[in-house]
Design a protein around this ligand. Sequence first.
Ligand code: DQA
Length: 142
Amino acid sequence: MNVLIINGPNLNLLGVREPGIYGSRGFESYLTELRQRFNDINIDYFQSNHEGAIIDKIHEVGFSADGIVLNAGAYTHTSLAIADAISAVKTPVIEVHISNVHKREEFRHHSFLSAVCVGVICGFGLDSYRLGIESLIGINKK
Ligand code: DQA
């Protein structure tokens, strides 16, 4: 199975950025752990602070990868263009968030992406990504 994790804007600062909300662990060390845990799956990783780069990546892998785990950061709440990219491709996309966006400011309650993703996982800290991969494994077994 080939899976891609995409992290959007400001998620390159995980570990340093607002640790009270996002935790104090950097993503790279978590990714190493994920790859060890799912050692029979190829997990690629892409992070960008740019909307167009995220869209290009979805187009690039969206007809060949078995799944995408996407944390689009704040673009979740603003980007019709990323929603259209998800709709345009064949690969199933799982929307994930580290924090429980529904417990936070009202502007984080709406997602342009949820309706075009297979499902949404939020509020489990970095474990949201593991749950995202588990859900892709579940879909692939069907
Ligand atoms: C986030 C939640 C978003 O509202 C926020 O803009 C982020 C991170 C999360 O993982 O909890 O950048 O997607």
